[in-house]
Structure formats: structure tokens, C-alpha cells
Design a protein around this ligand. Structure first.
Ligand code: SF4
Ligand code: SF4
Length: 552
């Protein structure tokens, strides 16, 4: 392996490593615009110039492979002067938009000018004008004047999505990034071009002018949009006091995980968080009285529901009770449900799958048909009808229709997505007690006797298990809306009221209990999960790649 010296530090690296990558390994951050570790190397921006001893000119660090004995200087006077010159060149025609540019605060032209530029402009000529605020796709706005022609977005569309919508047109200072004639930037992953654009040339229609980025806090989490479980950061504005009907989550951004999504996420997941602050959120426990919803305190809701459940079990037995859980729930919510229904109530009619498996678009990159984040967790915890020798959802509805089922506890589902509307309506109207627990109202919640508000994925801690058996953490980014609570807390409280305590105070307690009890999770602990997740027993590290989650 070649040994090189970078800024007086000696390092041994794999053959083929470039200077920029070698420097990164020892914590030296060489400025870059066009270089992105997930894309091919083109060396067009020249900001990463470094001095390599015995080479006559400065070299681009992104393109130059290391050689044994190489001595590199990344920050001497010669290098600093070259960086200043590159910045001066890039800024010749760059508009003075910073005060009105949505990228301000996360713009690498701004940042590098402050770190390496700080010169007085010599330019007196008028700047070349180009198109501004040009919509180039359903999600992306282009400001051509701000583009520094790094070609990251072009390479993304050529190499990652292979949809080839973008190109560089014209010559000299009229050179411009644009979609090809008649095309728009409309692929399933178009939002990633906004993330990788180092300046304010590509901005997000959904986010622009909503808030200044320095007001945002980011909380690491996992996208609940499908079973891939892309790692994300939830960006939320904690500086703005929340008003009813306001928006707390500003945007989702992909978070690097080499084994799951690398640097990327799909647009469906990126823009699919609107239900978190939607008007349809259930914000307090409620019961239907003579057709009208009446709000309840949690204490009253738990008391009333517990009394009714007890009454039905005493009169009709556990076989008259059906439970429909959801792979939208965390492992903790599902495990607490298992304990409550199986141990406290001794109910066996538990299922989660049928309607949850609503199919959606899938590809051989990240997006999966299963639009639930935790089907694998639900399976491994043993919550299907087969595991419990109980009734499947379809049979529960049939039994309800025939008056054999007297109570149904439905979590998060809209049953009309899996069954005919009339069938669901008829079945639920025959049941004495229908409890709906979820984040948002839907046509199933409207047919219930009680609605209990669950915290959404940005309002709680917990874990999801992705399709490949990787357990990954979600974290609370904002306070639960209204009176909503994590699912596991609701089951714990109901269980306590019905005589069986669960000693859980936070999500980690539930996960650790799950890891003690369920074989697939044995040996894991909440503390061990870490930022990139851990695999369940029996799953190999390369499973995701083998199953086509990543481009080779
Ligand atoms: S739009 Fe952004 S990512 Fe694309 S070439 Fe211009 S600066 Fe680079
Ligand atoms: S691929 Fe799935 S998990 Fe990833 S961002 Fe899209 S919806 Fe979310």
C-alpha cells in the first residue's frame, strides 16, 4: 500500500485512493465543488488544487491518485493563492444574490469565499445575465446565473438515475446548465440534485423561502416511506413558536449510510411528510356519541376503553376480540402491543399484513413496493395471524359481519385501502367496540367508537427494521402534536389499567425488553444500534446490496 505524507502527517492508503480521499482519512478537508464521493470524478472546478512536491504545477486533489513517497501540501501560501484565484474566477459573473438566495447559510461559494477568498473584486464590467427562477421540474427551480458549472447535477442524472435530463449548453461565459430541449427534471430522485448542488442554482420548490436555514435544527431519523428505511435528517424550525395549523417540519434530507441509501433518497420519501402537520391529525382522545365526536382526557379514555374491553372479554371471551396492527408502527409500538394483547388480554386474533401491503412503485435502486417501514420488524416480532394461530384481517371482518367478533382494535390502517368500502362499513357497524389508534383520521377512524392519537415518526424515539433486517433508530425531532403519544405508551397505560404493569419509561426500555424476548433481536440493545443501524441475527452485512438496494 502506498505511503504518503499530507501536511506533515504520514498515512498508508489503498492503491488507487486519490489525494482528496487520503486527506479525508486523516481529517483534512480539501475544498471541493465538482467532486462528490458518489459520482464520477471530472476535475472541472479546480478549487481542490494542492501542491505535490517534485511536480511542476499544482494538481487537482480529486483526480490525482496517491503514489508511494508523495509529499502533499494542502494549505500553503501557493495553494491558498490558487484557491483565491479560482474563487475570483467563479465569482466573475456570479450575482450578488446572497441576501435573497435560499442557499445562503449552506452555500459552498459563500463558505469558501469566507474561508479562502476575502479579496477585493477587481471586476468593473457588467455581469453576464442568465435565466433566473426557472422551474425545470416538479420539484426543482434553476437560477442559471448562480450555477458554477460543476456538473454534479448532470452526473447525478447520467450515473445514478440514468435519466439524462440535464446538460451543459453554449460556450464561454454563456455556458449554461439546462434540461435538454423538451425535457424536464422529473425523475423519482430529482430532489438529490438540490442536495448536491453546492450553490443556490438548484433550489427546492417545496422549501424555498419558507425559512432561513440557520433557524433549522436537524434530527437524525429514518424515512418511513418504504421498507428500505433510507437514513434522513429531519430539519425543523424550533425558533418559530408553533401555532395551530402551522408547519413544524421544514424538509427531509438524506443522511449518509453506506449500507442502505448512501447519500440519496427518493422524492416520494422526501416530500411525503406532509401528514405530520396535516389538518387530519388526531390530536386528542375522542369518542363518538350519537354520531358526534367528543374529546376526552387520556385518563377518561383509558378508563372507559379498559372497562369496555374487560366487559367484552368477560362476556364473549378472547376469541371475540380482533387486533389489526400496522407495519407503520415502530418495533417498540408493536412489541408493547404484543405484550398487551397476548399477555394482558390473552387475545390471539392478531394480524398486521393484509391492508398494510398496499403496493407502490419500486425500482432496482432504493424504492420498494412495500410502502411500510417496519414489515420485517412486525414479522420478526411474530405479529401475523399465522404466528398466532388467530384470524387474518379478512376473516376478522367476515366474523364481524356475522356477529362473531365483538371488538376490533385497529392501529393506523385505512381498511378501505384493502377491502371494499361497503364491506368495511358493514363489518365495523356490527362490532360493539371499535377502537382506532393512529396519527391521522381516515375513513376507518370515522367508523370507530374511540380514536386514540398516536405520535408521528418525527415526534418519538424508536426503531424500524428495514427489508434487509437492519434495525435503525428514529428520534424525536418535535413535540407530539396535541395529546398524541407513542403507541407503546398507550399500550403500557392500558395494560396497567387492566392490572398488568409494563416497566417501560422510554423507547430504549421497550427495545431492550424486545431484544431479551424475541430471538431475531437477541444480543442487540438500544445502546448498540448506533447511527447506521445493526442487523438482526441471521442477516448478513451485504444483504441490502445483494437485494439491489444500491447501485453496484
Ligand atoms: S446547477 Fe448546481 S450542481 Fe448543477 S452544474 Fe450548476 S452548480 Fe453544479
Ligand atoms: S426509497 Fe423508501 S425509504 Fe428511501 S426515501 Fe424513498 S420512500 Fe423513503
Amino acid at each position: 500500500m502506498p505511503k504518503i505524507t499530507i501536511d506533515s502527517t504520514e498515512i498508508e492508503v489503498e492503491k488507487g485512493t486519490t489525494v482528496i480521499q487520503a486527506a479525508e482519512q486523516i481529517g483534512i478537508d480539501i475544498p471541493r465543488y465538482c467532486y462528490h464521493p458518489g459520482l464520477s470524478i471530472v476535475g472541472v472546478c479546480r478549487i481542490c488544487l494542492v501542491e505535490i512536491e517534485r511536480m511542476p504545477k499544482l494538481q487537482v486533489a480529486c483526480y490525482t491518485p496517491v503514489a508511494d513517497g508523495m509529499v502533499v501540501h494542502t494549505n500553503n501560501e501557493k495553494v491558498q493563492q490558487a484557491r483565491r484565484a479560482v474563487l475570483e474566477f467563479l465569482l466573475i459573473n456570479h450575482p450578488l444574490d446572497c441576501p435573497v438566495c435560499d442557499q445562503a447559510g449552506e452555500c459552498w461559494l459563500q463558505n469558501f469565499y469566507m474561508q479562502h477568498g476575502l479579496y477585493d473584486s477587481k471586476m468593473v464590467e457588467d455581469k453576464v445575465k442568465k435565466q433566473k427562477a426557472l422551474p425545470i421540474g416538479p420539484n426543482v427551480m434553476l437560477d442559471s446565473e448562480r450555477c458554477i458549472l460543476c456538473t454534479r447535477c448532470v452526473r447525478f442524472c447520467d450515473e445514478i438515475t440514468e435519466t439524462h435530463e440535464l446538460g451543459i449548453f453554449n460556450r464561454g461565459d454563456h455556458t449554461e446548465l439546462l434540461p435538454y430541449p423538451g425535457q424536464e427534471l422529473d425523475n423519482k430522485y430529482s430532489g438529490n440534485t438540490i442536495d448536491i448542488c453546492p450553490v443556490g442554482a438548484l433550489t427546492d420548490k417545496d422549501f424555498r423561502f419558507r425559512t432561513r436555514v440557520w433557524y433549522l435544527t436537524e434530527t437524525p431519523s429514518v424515512c418511513p416511506g418504504c421498507s428500505t428505511g433510507c437514513n434522513i435528517n429531519v430539519h425543523h424550525n424550533d425558533h418559530r413558536p408553533y401555532k395551530a395549523g402551522g408547519i413544524r417540519v421544514s424538509r427531509l434530507k438524506p443522511r449518509y449510510n453506506p449500507d442502505v441509501n448512501q447519500w440519496w433518497m427518493c422524492d416520494e420519501g422526501r416530500y411525503g411528510f406532509t401528514q405530520v402537520d396535516a389538518d387530519s391529525r388526531i390530536v386528542a382522545p375522542q369518542k363518538k356519541t350519537r354520531g358526534d365526536w367528543q374529546l376526552l382526557s387520556w385518563q377518561d379514555a383509558i378508563d372507559e376503553i379498559a372497562t369496555k374491553i374487560k366487559g367484552i372479554l368477560n362476556k364473549h371471551g378472547a376469541d371475540a376480540f380482533g387486533v389489526i396492527l400496522s407495519p407503520q408502527m415502530t418495533n417498540e409500538g408493536l412489541f408493547a402491543a404484543k405484550r398487551f394483547f397476548q399477555e394482558t388480554l390473552e387475545v390471539e386474533n392478531i394480524d398486521f399484513e393484509v391492508v398494510a401491503r398496499e403496493k407502490g412503485y419500486a425500482d432496482d435502486f432504493l424504492m420498494k413496493t412495500d410502502k411500510n417501514p417496519n414489515s420485517e420488524g412486525a414479522k420478526k416480532i411474530g405479529l401475523s395471524a399465522v404466528d398466532n394461530s388467530g384470524l387474518e384481517v379478512a376473516q376478522m371482518l367476515a366474523d364481524a359481519k356475522d356477529n362473531r367478533l365483538k371488538a376490533l382494535y385497529i392501529c393506523h390502517h385505512n381498511l378501505e385501502k384493502g377491502f371494499k368500502k361497503e364491506e368495511v362499513k358493514e363489518a365495523l357497524s356490527k362490532v360493539d367496540l371499535v377502537i382506532f389508534q393512529g396519527t391521522n383520521q381516515n375513513s376507518t377512524s370515522n367508523l370507530a367508537n374511540y380514536c386514540l392519537p398516536s405520535a408521528s415518526f418525527v415526534e418519538k424515539d424508536g426503531t424500524f427494521t428495514n427489508f434487509a433486517g437492519r434495525v435503525q433508530e428514529i428520534h424525536k425531532a418535535v413535540e407530539p402534536l396535541g395529546e398524541s403519544k407513542p403507541d407503546w405508551t398507550i399500550f403500557r397505560n392500558l395494560s396497567k389499567r387492566l392490572g398488568k404493569s409494563m416497566p417501560y419509561f422510554e423507547a430504549g426500555d421497550v427495545f431492550n425488553a424486545l431484544a431479551e424476548e424475541v430471538d431475531a433481536f437477541k444480543g442487540l440493545s438500544y445502546e448498540k444500534i448506533g447511527e447506521h443501524g445493526v442487523l438482526l441475527n441471521g442477516h448478513r452485512a451485504s444483504t441490502e446490496k445483494e437485494m439491489g438496494a444500491l447501485v453496484a
